[in-house]
Every structure is written in structure tokens, then in C-alpha cells.
Design a protein around this ligand. Structure first.
Ligand code: NAD
Length: 368
């Protein structure tokens, strides 16, 4: 496979991120098909045209359905708001395209199931945008756990916090609408759940409480609208022999891109924070009273850091994780093993999200 025809739906924050990844993947990795950026779709024809020019796509359209039936397109990036994912992904799979869909998978569990069914039926590769698992240091944490560097894992705490909705005067937008899902649970918690999934698996029991820091928000036209989602979610979980805590908040003043992980084992602990994504810390027991964490800086020894930069300590960035995700997608399309969250694995994350929401509603433990 020398080239692969690419389509992109949506050109906002994530649309640009996918476009950067499609442009970067061959120069960075060198050993994958050359993405041919065939076409993109936006809601407005003028916007679509200008984004196609900026992102390097050959054509543009205001009709996403015409994009997915384009014969020259073989893989479709879906980066539209959550409510569109199911309809677009199923249509693309039915049209015989591979799919790279942003998280969360879908708003309702029935839609997520429909997506997984469509992927299985199509025989095409369908993956979700769980980019944080692509950090070379998350791989490194996985190796350390496998090598039992901190012994038997007994406790995991994982948090995701940002402050883009912390201001009570921040405008109401689609993330405050119930059509986007429960709120921080499916906007944020799915990311920590994807990391838990690659490191340990999916929680087997959950107990949750969600809250809404502000009841309403200003609207663009000067009015106010009731907030329909929960910006904060706290979850207790069990996963094999691990007792866990998952806490997420999109109104956490001061937190910009935090995904803080603490993993405690019988002989040590590992800590990591996405805000300092090029370092992790490990503590090993038995060092005496004058001991502390050792910091490990990301470097060429942590695959695939070396594909970007030959020198240690210089650091990868958020958009690089998407380029790695793109490489893994292409590997899967070429029939090799890819480090991806496919639609079946994504469905397990969705199952956990909905069980968690059910736990909040019924205030009891839910078994998955
Ligand atoms: P955004 O609002 O910045 O961009 C969405 C774009 O989709 C807009 O340009 C909008 O015009 C376009 N769009 C909407 N309906 C469309 C349609 N019918 N046809 C074509 N284009 C359409 O939103 P965003 O922040 O990029 O979020 C998009 C998705 O990405 C969400 O599902 C979100 O959860 C996910 N996301 C993932 C990450 C990550 O780290 N993986 C980060 C942020 C957002």
C-alpha cells in the first residue's frame, strides 16, 4: 500500500489536530503509506474551502455524506461534536471506509453498540481518538508494571482536570447540552479509562457521584440557559485486585491539561501527570529514610520518541500523540498490530461510562 486517501469531517480543535497528524505521519515514521489528503467537510462551504487550503486537502464540501461516498477516500477522520459520531461513523463504515473517530464514541450506549456492530460487519479498521495512551511514557509505565518494578499493584488514583469551564460566566455551548452526553464523565473520564484499559483493563465495579458547579450559563444572545451536563464526576472503582479512584473536573481553576496518575504497588509507586508529559517518577521501597522519587525524562529509549527527535529531554507535545495514533491506525489498516482503542475496546469504555452514570442516578455500586 503506497498511498491512502484521507477524508476529514470537522475542522475545529480536533480537526486541525488530525490534519497535522495526517501531514506529519510519513515524515516522522517514514515507513507507512503516504496519506493523500483528498477532501474535508465542514458545515459551511466557505469555511470548508479555506480549511482545505490551510490543511492541505484537495477538495472541500459542506455535505459530509458526499465525502464518505467519495471513491478516492479510504479512511475518514471524524472530529465533529459527540452527537454526530454514531451517524457519521456507521455511514462511513457502511460505505467501506476505515474510520478514525474522536472520543467519546457516542452519546448513548445503543449508538456505541451500533458503531461496534458496523465496524465488525464491515471488516474495516475503526478506532477512537484516545491519544493519551500513545505517550511513550505511558508505554513505559506499562513496561514497568509488566516487569513488576513496583510489585503487585493494589491502588490506582487517576484524575483529569481542566479549567475551560471554571468561569461561571463562560458561555453556554454544546458541551453543556445533554445531547453531548453526561458531561465530564464522557468528555474527560473516557481518557483516564483508556489509560486504565491499556495498563490494567476495564473496571469491574463502579460507584459514582457527579455534580454541576453552576446551574446556568450566559448565552451568546445575552440570555441565560440551564446547564444540562455535570462538569464534575467522582468514581470509586474496582479492577481485578486494584482499588481505584477516578476524579474528573472541567471547572477546575488552574488545571490546564492534567491527567494525574498514581499507581501504588507492593514494592513502590509510579506517578505521572500529562501537564508534565515528558517525565514520570518512580519510587522503589527499601531505600531507607533519605529516599524519594526518581524522575525519568522522555528520550529516544522510549519508543517512538526517537522517530521525532534523536536527543533526550527535548520533549514531545500533544499533537505528536495524534501523529503516533495515526501511525498506529495505519499499522492496523496494513494488517499489523496497532496500539489502538478499536470500537470493541471503546464499547467497554462506554459500558463503564453508562454504568457510572447509572451508579450516580441510583446511588449504589454497579457491576459491569
Ligand atoms: P470544535 O467545536 O472545535 O470542532 C467541531 C467542528 O465540527 C466544527 O468546526 C464544526 O463546524 C464541525 N461540524 C459540526 N457539525 C458538522 C457537520 N455536520 N459536518 C461537518 N462539520 C461539522 O470541537 P472539538 O473540540 O474539535 O471537538 C470535536 C470532537 O473531538 C468531540 O467529540 C470531542 O470530544 C473530541 N475531542 C477530543 C480530544 C482528544 O484529546 N482526543 C480533545 C478535544 C476534543
Amino acid at each position: 500500500m503506497d498511498t491512502i486517501g484521507v477524508g476529514l469531517i470537522g475542522t475545529g480543535y480536533m480537526g486541525k489536530c488530525h490534519a497535522l497528524a495526517w501531514n506529519a505521519v510519513l515524515p516522522v515514521f517514514g515507513d507507512c503509506p503516504r496519506p493523500r489528503l483528498v477532501g474535508l467537510a465542514e458545515v459551511d462551504a466557505d469555511l470548508a474551502r479555506s480549511r482545505a487550503h490551510q490543511f492541505g486537502f484537495e477538495r472541500s464540501t459542506a455535505d459530509w455524506r458526499s465525502l464518505i461516498t467519495d471513491r478516492e477516500i479510504e479512511v475518514v477522520s471524524i472530529t465533529t461534536p459527540n452527537a454526530f459520531h454514531a451517524e457519521m461513523a456507521v455511514a462511513a463504515l457502511e460505505a467501506g471506509k476505515h474510520v478514525w473517530c474522536e472520543k467519546p464514541m457516542a452519546v448513548g450506549f445503543a449508538d456505541a453498540t451500533r458503531m461496534a456492530d458496523a465496524a465488525r460487519k464491515s471488516g474495516k479498521v475503526a478506532i477512537l481518538g484516545y491519544n493519551y495512551i500513545q505517550n511513550p511514557l505511558i508505554r513505559q509505565i506499562g513496561h514497568m508494571i509488566d516487569e513488576r518494578e513496583i510489585g503487585e499493584i493494589n491502588h490506582v488514583r487517576i484524575e483529569m482536570d481542566e479549567d475551560f469551564m471554571a468561569d461561571p460566566d463562560a458561555l453556554f455551548y454544546w458541551k453543556s447540552e445533554a445531547s453531548s452526553g453526561y458531561g465530564a464523565l464522557d468528555d474527560f473520564a473516557v481518557h483516564p479509562l483508556s489509560i486504565l484499559q491499556v495498563l490494567f483493563g476495564t473496571p469491574t465495579r463502579v460507584f459514582a457521584h457527579m455534580s454541576r458547579p453552576y446551574d446556568d450559563r450566559p448565552t451568546q444572545d445575552g440570555g441565560r440557559r440551564r446547564v444540562e451536563t455535570f462538569d464534575i464526576a467522582n468514581v470509586l472503582f474496582e479492577l481485578g485486585g486494584i482499588s481505584g479512584v477516578l476524579a474528573v473536573n472541567r471547572s477546575a481553576w488552574g488545571r490546564k491539561g492534567r491527567i494525574a496518575i498514581q499507581i501504588f504497588g507492593s514494592t513502590g509507586s509510579i506517578v505521572y501527570d500529562q501537564e508534565r508529559m515528558n517525565e514520570l517518577q518512580i519510587y522503589k521501597a527499601g531505600q531507607g529514610a533519605q529516599s524519594g522519587y526518581t524522575t525519568i525524562l522522555a528520550g529516544p529509549g522510549h519508543f517512538p520518541y526517537d522517530r521525532f527527535i534523536p536527543a533526550p529531554g527535548h520533549g514531545l507535545g500533544f499533537n505528536d500523540l495524534k501523529a503516533i495514533e495515526c501511525r498506529e491506525l495505519l499499522s492496523a489498516i496494513e494488517g499489523r498490530e496497532g496500539r489502538v482503542v478499536d470500537f470493541d475496546a471503546g464499547l467497554e469504555i462506554e459500558r463503564c461510562v453508562h454504568a457510572t452514570a447509572q451508579s450516580h442516578a441510583e446511588q449504589r455500586w454497579i457491576d459491569l
